[in-house]
Design a protein. Structure first.
Length: 346
């Protein structure tokens, strides 16, 4: 639909922007800001503030579960009471999504310290098979052998794209680092779990009936999870003593951290809005094409090298996306025809 296309294009723009920005910020050839977990926690803090502002200014987006009887009461305390949720329900429904999202985003940003943007992007396409696996587990997708074949072809093309270029040198930075590869695969697993949980929230939880309220509920716990992990693995003193604060200054460094926070908010908004009008695997397949664009841009901007096998893998992936869309198109026609026939018989 036209609505889905708009959300996909918006998702492409903000996602490509934040990927290139984060690679520059965390990569050794860029700003080399060595604290991706703490900075990602700050991004989630920005998401929480931005979603709070939107929900406060637009009451129609708030949950109706805890509506206050007095319509003239516009106090901030009323606003907070609107979002009150039982702690057990939060731990069972919201927190798992926050944990998976923190794992996905956190591991992804840490991997930028070890591998190139193109290799990261190619490996992250493996999240599609984990999305399918968790989708089947949570009954969000119907099992179909043709769909499995499409995913297997994509997996094979990813293996081709990961093959090292012929002129690869082991001592080069930001290339095929084993630590970075493990981090991205872990992020792919968490990504599949993340989007399954997110779709369940958007469809079944009355508190998260729209994307803004979902961000509002998820971002605080994501911020805390990433912040405590950052304190353990990166250290607060190391963060505050970083050379970036001296070179860029307080205002400049905070600005560098706020920009990706805004991009993350808009990207997450487009992702969640897309989930409301499309299936979770549709989002993942659309993401494959976005990742192809990211690889091309990373080659132009950062000079990442691709071999002939890598390029062939890109072509196969693109062809597989067309195959998937053709399969979904035929499936929708068959379903529409069945519904029309059933209506006539009734």
């Amino acid at each position: 639909t036209a609505e889905a296309i708009i959300y996909i294009l918006g998702w492409y723009f903000f996602s490509l922007s934040i990927s290139i920005y984060n690679k520059w910020m965390f990569g050794k050839d860029g700003l080399d800001f060595k604290f991706p977990i703490l900075i990602t926690a700050f991004h989630q803090f920005c998401l929480m503030i931005m979603s709070c502002i939107v929900l406060y200014s637009r009451p129609k987006l708030r949950p109706t579960v805890n509506e206050v009887a007095d319509p003239t009461d516009n106090s901030f305390s009323k606003f907070l009471r609107t979002f009150r949720m039982d702690s057990i329900a939060y731990l069972k429904q919201i927190f798992p999504c926050s944990l998976a999202s923190a794992g996905d985003i956190g591991l992804s940003n840490v991997s930028f310290k070890f591998i190139s943007l193109s290799l990261y992007t190619m490996l992250k396409t493996s999240s599609l098979m984990f999305v399918l696996m968790f989708g089947l587990l949570f009954r969000l997708e119907k099992f179909n052998w043709r769909l499995v074949s499409i995913v297997l072809v994509m997996t094979g093309s990813v293996i081709m794209m990961v093959k090292k270029p012929d002129d690869y040198e082991p001592d080069e930075e930001d290339t095929h680092n084993s630590i970075g590869i493990i981090l991205v695969i872990g992020a792919s697993v968490m990504s599949g779990l993340r989007w399954s949980f997110t779709q369940l929230l958007l469809k079944r939880n009355p508190y998260t009936s729209n994307s803004i309220s979902t961000i509002f509920y998820i971002s605080p716990s994501m911020c805390l999870i990433l912040f405590f992990l950052g304190l353990i693995f990166e250290g607060w003193t190391n963060f505050t003593d970083s050379h970036v604060w001296e070179v860029r200054g307080l205002v400049g460094t905070l600005s560098l951290m706020i920009i990706p926070g805004f991009l993350a908010f808009m990207m997450t908004l487009c992702e969640f809005k897309l989930l409301t009008v499309a299936q979770v695997i549709t989002l993942s397949v659309a993401g494959i094409f976005k990742e192809l664009l990211t690889i091309l841009l990373s080659s132009l901007i950062f000079g990442d090298k691709l071999s002939i096998i890598n390029g062939l893998g890109l072509v196969i992936t693109f062809a597989d996306i067309i195959w998937y869309n053709y399969y979904r198109y035929n499936e929708s026609i068959d379903n529409d025809g069945y519904v029309s026939l059933k209506a006539r018989n009734d």
